[in-house]
Design a protein around this ligand. Structure first.
Ligand code: PEP
Ligand code: MN
Length: 373
């Protein structure tokens, strides 16, 4: 059960505390306080965890601080959509709004390599007024002999360059909780010129201790990739770990499934699940066309497969696109063969825009058909 307090009523106020105390006094119920920062206002929600069958929603609603009470379904208590639950969800981070209506492009390097390449990438993004990027400093690699990423050592200059080129959010994978501290320390040391969205990679989707650690910190939002060999339900339950620890600023990312049924793509593209995830949860949904397709294969129509699947995700309502670009793919230390070229960025943007407009028209059409008898 979720007890939503009136806007800007915090748990520190006497009325807010009264709700918390009311729940604490009930045996078998543990109240958990969550703060949701929306555009311009802050909402406090208290999750009553445990056997809620004895709680009377009407009694709770009559407490002065309570705006509304939502009974949650058993699944995905924190990230799920629940009957009668029409709260506007999403979050704002470093001035960028993430929700189920937004669309942001996170084009960038799979792995940070040289300062010159990072700078060329960020300069191109700034020229196109794109405030987000991807930059991998910690890379989970199949072989221990492969390049593992520059790690903490590159963070100061990556953040400094990001500030110089107006980058507001960098998606950056972490494979161990100590890396979260390294990122926070480097952000502090550099005077916070940019922001970081922590990325949980597909190999770590069910690394529950990492999820708990990342979920415990509430400052940096989290992009969690769907596990490549588990069900959607298992991946969403893994996502629930983040929210359950207190961090509900989450984006869920589809990145293809590991099976040779997807050949010739690196993974079996699963972007038809964009509407499914938006329906099951209130999370913004990201697609990763690069790790899904895994090559620069070009179709007979002249479009790269990466562009085709991006369009498929965007036309279905994706809210974020995480895609590998590189100024010199032959110099890339990770995943060069699947990187788009900087010269292709305007083309990619325009093609994505066509798909976005098609999605908007489809929403209009649906609205019209739903309201016309
Ligand atoms: C990545 O985005 O750099 C990455 C390693 O992706 P995934 O975890 O989906 O393989
Ligand atoms: Mn990669």
């Amino acid at each position: 059960m979720i007890i939503i307090l009136h806007p800007d009523t915090s748990i520190e106020t006497p009325d807010g505390k009264a709700v918390f105390d009311f729940l604490s006094a009930r045996s078998g119920i543990t109240p958990q306080v969550h703060t949701v920062s929306g555009a311009g206002r802050t909402l406090t929600e208290i999750y009553a965890v445990g056997d809620t069958s004895t709680l009377d929603p009407q009694e709770l609603s009559s407490l002065p601080a309570v705006e509304r009470v939502v009974r949650v379904s058993r699944e995905y208590r924190m990230i799920g959509r629940h009957a009668g639950d029409d709260r506007a969800r999403g979050f704002t981070y470093n001035g960028i709004r993430f929700d189920q209506n937004a669309l942001h492009l996170f084009a960038g390097l799979c792995a940070v390599d040289s300062q010159a390449n990072v700078e060329s990438m960020m300069q191109a993004l700034q020229e196109h007024e794109l405030p987000c990027t991807r930059m991998g400093a910690y890379k989970p690699r199949t072989s221990p002999y492969s390049f593992q990423g520059h790690g903490a050592e590159c963070l100061p200059w990556v953040f400094e360059l990001a500030g110089r080129y107006d980058i507001k959010v960098i998606a950056m994978e972490v494979t161990h909780d100590s890396q979260v501290d390294e990122i926070l320390e480097a952000l502090d040391a550099s005077g916070r010129p940019t922001g970081v969205m922590l990325q949980i990679g597909t190999r770590n989707t069910q690394n529950f201790e990492l999820l708990k650690a990342v979920g415990r910190q509430r400052e940096l939002p989290v992009l969690i990739k769907r596990g490549f060999g588990i069900t959607l339900e298992e991946s969403l339950n893994a996502t629930e770990y983040l929210a359950n620890e207190g961090n509900s600023n989450i984006v869920f990312c589809l990145r293809g499934m590991k099976t040779n049924l997807g050949d010739p793509h690196r993974n079996f593209v699963d972007f038809s699940h964009v509407p499914a995830v938006k329906h099951l949860t209130h999370l913004p949904v990201c697609i990763d066309p690069s790790h899904s397709v895994g090559s620069r294969n070009q179709g007979v129509d002249g479009l790269l497969d990466i562009m085709h699947v991006t369009a498929q995700g965007v036309i279905a309502g994706a809210n974020m696109v995480l895609v590998d670009f590189h100024p010199h793919p032959e110099q890339a230390l990770v995943d060069g063969p699947q990187a788009m070229l900087l010269e292709e960025l305007p083309w990619f943007l325009e093609d994505m825009q066509i798909a976005r407009q098609a999605w908007e028209k489809r929403i209009e059409l649906a609205r019209h058909n739903l309201t016309t008898p």
